[in-house]
Design a protein around this ligand. Structure first.
Ligand code: ADP
Ligand code: MG
Ligand code: MG
Length: 198
């Protein structure tokens, strides 16, 4: 698994479709989400070319640092999420290391943000993706299969946010107004896992 190519594909999707995320945040929040994310990905590219990391752990450390320096609620939460990928993946991407990383990562985001599944946040995609990776690891499935299953689970989780009433984040301030709007953070997580296998 070439994690740098994975991040490159993720950044390309954000370049292409960032405006859709901003529109979702405009409908349910303050409309800065796509801008925050694009600037994070700009720093990701800069960090990767400056550091030229050679291990998955080092790649995800560069990604994490870029997000930790980004504004909005999502910047630090994604920064801490990616930090657990850096720790969990280390020198080698295996189905087991992905499962460990994703499980630690979703736990960290839930702890820091206080959101659980069903609160209409990024957590709604992070938790099912981690569960899919853990199930794949239990079966001894190959990395490609595991990531495909994680992408499908994250996509289902992201779609599920459309019908929800938000309990965390700015979308919770507008109550019923945000029902019918997919959470942009959850959609980003789905795109991240889709980029692994695209
Ligand atoms: P802000 O509301 O500060 O402008 P962003 O636009 O950067 O934040 O990010 C919004 C996204 O952050 C939401 O789509 C949601 O997925 C996520 N989010 C907001 N609050 C929380 C929280 N408490 N826990 C987890 N994720 C959250
Ligand atoms: Mg916002
Ligand atoms: Mg904001």
């Amino acid at each position: 698994m070439d994690t740098r190519a994975w991040i490159g594909r993720f950044a390309a999707v954000i370049d292409e479709r960032g405006a859709e995320l901003t529109e979702l945040d405009r409908l349910a929040g303050d409309g800065d989400y796509g801008t925050n994310l694009r600037s994070a990905l700009g720093r990701v590219r800069a960090n990767l070319s400056a550091e030229n990391p050679s291990t998955p752990g080092a790649v995800f450390t560069a990604v994490s640092n870029a997000f930790l320096n980004t504004g909005g609620t999502s910047g630090p939460l994604f920064g801490m999420w990616f930090r657990e990928f850096a720790k969990g993946l280390g020198d080698e991407v295996t189905t087991r290391s992905l499962a460990t990383a994703a499980t630690e990562a979703e736990g960290t985001v839930r702890r820091l943000g206080g959101a659980e599944v069903g609160h209409k946040t990024m957590v709604d995609a992070m938790v099912p993706a981690a569960r899919a990776l853990s199930d794949a690891a239990e079966r001894g499935a190959p990395v490609e299969t595991a990531l495909k299953e994680a992408a499908a689970a994250a996509d289902t989780g992201a779609r599920s946010t459309e019908a929800l009433l938000a309990k965390r984040g700015r979308a919770s301030y507008v109550g019923e107004h945000a029902r019918g709007v997919v959470d942009p953070g959850a959609l980003t997580v789905a795109w991240f896992f889709a980029a692994a296998v695209s």
